[in-house]
Design a protein around this ligand. Sequence first.
Ligand code: ADP
Ligand code: ZN
Length: 363
Amino acid sequence: MKLGNEQIKGIGFEYNITLFQDFDGLSNEILQLSNLTNIVVVTDKNVAKLYLDEINKELKKLNLPVYHIILKPSEKNKSIDRVKKVYNKLASLGCDRKSLILAFGGGVVGDFAGFIAATFLRGIRFAQIPTTLLACVDSSVGGKVAVNIDKGKNMVGLFYQPVFVFAPIHTLSTLPLREWRCGVAEVIKHALLSGNKKLVEALNTTKTFKNFYLSEEVKTFILESVRFKASIVAEDEKELGKRAILNLGHTIGHAIESFTKYKKYSHGEAVSIGLVTELVISQEVQNLPSVVTQETVGTLKKLGMPYKENFSMEDLIKHTKYDKKNEQGNVKFVLLQKIGEPLWGIQVEESVLKKSWDMQRKL
Ligand code: ADP
Ligand code: ZN
């Protein structure tokens, strides 16, 4: 059953992002594509165990050869070292320029399979089938694909748009709580950046994670997030300007992840603390009313997200310098003037960073 959709239309690309209850409808989406020779489902072990039979049943309707590449889960396997093996596998399966890759899983699978699709035979078609809240509301939309190298996450990649995004939301029913949280931080980020009333309201009415995937709010989270992100990406696919606003909370968030060696916090949890800190910086530099920070902290608390951290700002500042978004060593922030009014590319003095960090500690 189709639950909603949004179209994304930029310079040289146009595709649909559709929310479905389950996999029924996927073969119809694929049928819209012309001249397919075969389909390669790229997924990870956990998702395969839970949903491979189900997706296969739907894909059978197409009468095309369907192959599977099942990756080890987790970010550390999204490495450039694994890429060659997958290229060889695709070649040995007889994949050609008319093959379709389905990136079936969370953000890790989406990034990795998207990178493979973008580069194999100079680029073959791929579609995103996100199964985590984070992938639904964020990473499956916008065409950023990448792999990791020793020096850092997502250091090698491209902008490469999928042919469609198909979100089967009943898969969210098995998502571990920690993975939920990853997505929630990005939803709150979208609400702050856009001021979208439906998103803000859905965040206010959400009380618990229990059976969350069945709620109306989760549909709003996904559809409105996608709507907002699609509008930004359509304007600035390659992040030469406005797309940078999507990094709200991420300058500090990435520094926290890097400082804690990607162990203490998930991406969403680090971004959660990053959002609060960057709102406090916005109070200092852009006169953002403090009530916005207080309300955001209230929402984060209610949803069981971390919102403050105690380690020293000196350590953290070092790690903000490694961010790949930096230009000539300058750390740039996205700050808010008001809800829905972000500014980007702003340099912030160390004294302000330290003061803001101390303020968030005391929240
Ligand atoms: P993201 O980057 O979207 O947060 P990952 O691709 O790292 O997510 O996936 C997070 C973890 O959740 C992985 O271990 C993955 O196998 C698992 N996972 C993905 N989708 C589901 C799902 N629908 N149900 C249960 N586990 C899932
Ligand atoms: Zn993020």
